[in-house]
Design a protein around this ligand. Structure first.
Ligand SMILES: *Cc1c(COP(=O)(O)O)cnc(C)c1O
Length: 406
C-alpha cells in the first residue's frame, strides 16, 4: 500500500473538513475575510522567509526548543512506565499559546494589518496576544466575557500592562462563547485593518489547520528529542484538551506513526456522569455547529450550548477542535476525562517529586499518566505535554486544599 494515500496528516480537505467535522459555517459577510485569510496563509506556508522569521523568534523571543525532560522521581514513584515531559511551560508567557500567536501575528503583518483582535476565556490567549502585539507595536483589542473579567483579574491586569484594550462582554452569560461572537462581529465591521487571532484549533477553516500547523512545533521537537534521548519514538503521548491546540500540536507529527498510542485528556470536572458539571465535549457531548465549525459540543437536548465546568479555567471551552472530533471517530486517538480531584492530586505529586509547579490544565494530562503508568512495563515510554506553568493557579489550588492565603 502507498503510505501517501493512507496518511492521517493530509486533512482538512479544500472545504476545511476533517471527515464530517470542521468546515466554514459563517455568514456571507464573513466569507470573503475567511477566504482572503486562507489564501494568504497558503502563500505564507510555502514561503521560506515566513518560517525563517518564525524560527528566529521561536528561538530568541519564546525560548524554543523547550526541553524534553525525563521525570525520574515521578516515574519511580509510579513504579511503571518511563515518563517524559515536554516542557512547554518554559516558554515566554508560561504556556504554549505564544507558539500560535506568533505565527498569526507574523501573518497579520504580512497582510498589512495593524489592529489585532482576540477573544479570551481564562485570559491566557489574551495575554499571549497582548504580548506579541506589544513586541510589534500593534493595536490589540481583547474581548472577554464580563464574568471572566471578574474571575481573572491578574490576567486582565497583565493585558492592560501590555497595552491591550480589554472589552468586557455582557451579552449571553458573559463568558468565552459570547466573547467569541463579539470578536467575529468586530472583525466584519473593521475588515480593512483588523486581523482576528484565534487561540485554539477551533473556528472556521483555515483556523483549525493553521493553529495546528503553528503548534506542531511541539511534536516536531519532541520527536527529534526523543530520538536523541532514547533512539526511538515514545509508546504513548498524552496531552490535556481545552479546545485542543497543545494536544494537536503534540499529536500531529506522530499521527502516521501507527505504533504510537495517542491520548487526549478532557476536563471531567465533578464527573462526566453528573448533570454536565464538566467540559468533556468528546466524552460527554454531541456533534453540532459552533463558532464556524462542526464538532462535538456540550449542549442540551434543544441544541443550546452549555457552560462547561472545570477547576481549570483554561479548559472550559464548550467544544473541541474538529480534527480531534475526526481522530476520535476514526479511532486514531483516544479521549478520556479526568476529574478536578484527580487533577489536583497530580498537581501536588508533580510539585513534590519534580520541583515543577504545573498549570491545572496539564495536571489533567499528568493525572491520566498516573492512572496508566503503574501498570505499564518499565521500558514503556510516555511523553506528556507540560503545556503551562502553575503560578496562575496557586490561588485556586490553595482554596481547594483549604490553605489560607490571608
Ligand atoms: C489555554 C490553555 C489550554 C487549553 O487550550 P488548548 O487549545 O486545548 O491547548 C491548556 N493548557 C494551558 C496551559 C493553556 O493556557
Amino acid at each position: 500500500m502507498n503510505d501517501l494515500f493512507n496518511s492521517f496528516m493530509t486533512g482538512p480537505d479544500e472545504k476545511g473538513r476533517f471527515g464530517i467535522f470542521g468546515g466554514r459555517f459563517v455568514s456571507e459577510t464573513l466569507m470573503p475575510l475567511i477566504l482572503e485569510l486562507e489564501d494568504q496563509y497558503e502563500r505564507a506556508k510555502t514561503d521560506e522567509s515566513f518560517w525563517a522569521e518564525m524560527d528566529f523568534l521561536w528561538k530568541h523571543y519564546v525560548g524554543r526548543p523547550s526541553p524534553l525532560y525525563h521525570a525520574e522521581r515521578l516515574s519511580e514513584r509510579l513504579g511503571g512506565a518511563k515518563v517524559y515531559m515536554k516542557r512547554d511551560e518554559l516558554n515566554h508567557t508560561g504556556a504554549h499559546k505564544i507558539n500560535n500567536v506568533l505565527g498569526q501575528i507574523i501573518l497579520a503583518r504580512r497582510m498589512g494589518k495593524t489592529r489585532i483582535i482576540a477573544e479570551t476565556g481564562a485570559g491566557q490567549h489574551g495575554v499571549a496576544t497582548a504580548t506579541v502585539c506589544a513586541k510589534f507595536g500593534l493595536k490589540c483589542v481583547v474581548y472577554m466575557g464580563a464574568h471572566d473579567v471578574e474571575r481573572q483579574q491578574p490576567n486582565v491586569f497583565r493585558m492592560k500592562l501590555l497595552g491591550a484594550e480589554v472589552i468586557p462582554v455582557t451579552s449571553g452569560r458573559g463568558t468565552l462563547k459570547d466573547a467569541m461572537n463579539d470578536a467575529l462581529r468586530d472583525w466584519v465591521t473593521n475588515v480593512r485593518d483588523t486581523f482576528y487571532c484565534i487561540g485554539t484549533v477551533a473556528g472556521p477553516h483555515p483556523y483549525p489547520a493553521m493553529v495546528r500547523d503553528f503548534q506542531a512545533i511541539i511534536g516536531k521537537e519532541a520527536k527529534e528529542q526523543m530520538m536523541e534521548a532514547e533512539g526511538r519514538l515514545p509508546d504513548t503521548i498524552i496531552a490535556a484538551i481545552g479546545g485542543g491546540s497543545n494536544a494537536m500540536g503534540l499529536f500531529y507529527p506522530f499521527l502516521d506513526d501507527k505504533d504510537v498510542r495517542i491520548i487526549g485528556v478532557e476536563a471531567g470536572g465533578k464527573g462526566v456522569n453528573e448533570k454536565m458539571e464538566h467540559c468533556a465535549s468528546l466524552t460527554g457531548g454531541r456533534p453540532g455547529v459552533l463558532h464556524g465549525n462542526r464538532t462535538y459540543l456540550l449542549q442540551d437536548e434543544d441544541g443550546q450550548i452549555l457552560e462547561g465546568f472545570s477547576i481549570s479555567a483554561g479548559l472550559d471551552y464548550p467544544g473541541i477542535g474538529p480534527e480531534h472530533a475526526w481522530l476520535h471517530d476514526i479511532g486514531r486517538a483516544e479521549y478520556v476525562a479526568i476529574t478536578d480531584k484527580e487533577a489536583l492530586a497530580a498537581f501536588q505529586l508533580c510539585c513534590e517529586t519534580e520541583g515543577i509547579i504545573p498549570a491545572l490544565e496539564p495536571s489533567h494530562a499528568l493525572a491520566h499518566v498516573m492512572k496508566i503508568a503503574p501498570d505499564l512495563p518499565k521500558d514503556h515510554i510516555i511523553c506528556m505535554n507540560m503545556c503551562g506553568r502553575g503560578d496562575k493557579d496557586i490561588f485556586t489550588v490553595a482554596k481547594h486544599l483549604g490553605f489560607d492565603m490571608g
